[in-house]
Design a protein. Structure first.
Length: 188
């Protein structure tokens, strides 16, 4: 990545890394992004590039350009998201819907930190060599809301520590997140 470039140049570099046919889920195209660049609507350009990049294969440099542009624009949460996406690009992530238990159901008492800080345990249907239920580790990032409260649901990105162990999962499968080792998984 070229050093010393301003945020606006970095956003152009990122846009140039997208295929011309790329579009966001809402139909926004790369041409639309370039139109907003000409109008100098930089925060919108950043947001649209992030959205398009989420739906298309992009190189790591794409996320690096966006992260640095966001930093320069003092959009720290966007910068952290772009850094996280770039780091996770190598191993893969997937989207899931997370529903937190309410506190009175045994759930947490505080909101869930959503910016990739947690690396909880997940029961994804795997088994240990002795046949007991297995646990796998994956980092998560909450989309749309910064910190979901107990009892709330949110879309998340899951970044497995060992991606190969998660390949059996299919859309619609239900997996369980544990913030600590569950009682059934503790040694006697």
């Amino acid at each position: 990545m070229p050093g010393g470039d301003d945020a606006f140049t970095l956003l152009r570099y990122a846009a140039d890394l997208l295929p011309e046919s790329a579009r966001a889920e809402n139909g926004v195209t790369v041409d639309d992004v370039r139109d907003y660049q000409r109008r100098q609507e930089w925060e919108l350009v950043l947001a649209l590039l992030m959205e398009i990049g989420d739906g298309h294969p992009v190189p790591v440099d794409f996320w690096c350009h966006l992260a640095e542009a966001a930093r320069q624009m003092m959009l720290e949460r966007s910068a952290r998201w772009c850094v996280w996406r770039g780091e996770k690009l190598r191993h893969g992530t997937f989207r899931a819907r997370l529903t937190l238990l309410r506190t009175q159901e045994g759930g947490r008492r505080t909101a869930l930190p959503g910016e990739g800080q947690l690396r909880p345990l997940w029961h994804i249907g795997s088994r240990t060599p002795d046949g007991a239920p297995g646990l796998n580790i994956a980092q998560l990032w909450v989309e749309g809301v910064p910190e979901p409260a107990p009892g709330e649901s949110a879309t998340i990105r899951v970044a497995p520590l060992s991606p190969g162990q998660w390949r059996h999962l299919e859309p619609g499968d239900v997996i369980t997140m544990h913030e600590g080792r569950p009682l059934w998984a503790r040694p006697p």
